[in-house]
Design a protein around this ligand. Structure first.
Ligand SMILES: [Zn+2]
Length: 197
């Protein structure tokens, strides 16, 4: 490997969230030392993931099958849909083990500053799923940020008049808090104490 190959790897890794150039260099050195046991398996796993992982056409989760393994799991409650901003939030809820229903990933929040309107989010798909006869409740598990709450209000307006209950996470959520950063206990409590919107 020439210097430029190493530099390229360092630069690419440094673009990952939580990694700067310094930790990226450390990671690359570590990978080179663990070439057989880590670097080659990682390379293989990365190319498999890049080739196979897709967004689920139903809920928006990332998986190598579509519908994803959560959507195909018949033991999950089909009557509840939990709406989250992104896949990281879905994973956080799954880690907590507190929710056994269906998910719907919006793909972000409404944001005036970022110019993100309803058409950029998977809102139409949610409204369609809300009309399905098995859907009884929609839980809005959005961040306690201004954009998250704006989005929650917008969604509850759009869902009003449909034959579904709409609830949101209880105020155990820290203000400005993003779901992904919450510990499992807080998330579980917020979900159990969800209230009608
Ligand atoms: Zn799915």
């Amino acid at each position: 490997m020439s210097i430029s190959d190493i530099e390229r790897l360092i630069q690419l890794l440094a673009r990952l969230p939580g990694l700067g150039p310094r930790s990226s260099r450390r990671a690359v050195l570590h990978l080179m030392k663990k070439r057989e046991s880590l670097m080659l398996p990682l390379t293989e796993a990365m190319s498999r993931a890049a080739a196979n992982i897709r967004a689920c056409g139903r809920c928006g989760n990332l998986d190598s099958s579509d519908p994803c393994s959560l959507c195909r799991d018949t033991r999950r409650d089909a009557s509840m849909i939990c709406v989250v901003e992104d896949v990281g939030d879905l994973w956080a809820l799954e880690r907590s083990g507190a929710f056994k229903g269906q998910y719907h990933v919006l793909g972000g929040t409404l944001s005036a500053i970022d110019g993100r309107g309803p058409d950029q989010l998977r809102i139409g798909e949610l409204l369609t799923r809300a009309d399905a006869p098995e859907t009884r409740e929609i839980v809005l598990a959005l961040s306690a940020t201004v954009d998250g709450q704006t989005t929650a209000h917008y969604l509850s307006d759009r869902l009003a008049g449909k034959d579904v209950a709409v609830s949101r996470l209880a105020h155990g959520l820290p203000v400005g808090g993003e779901l992904d950063y919450l510990d499992d206990g807080t998330l579980t409590a917020a979900l159990k104490a969800r209230r009608p919107l």
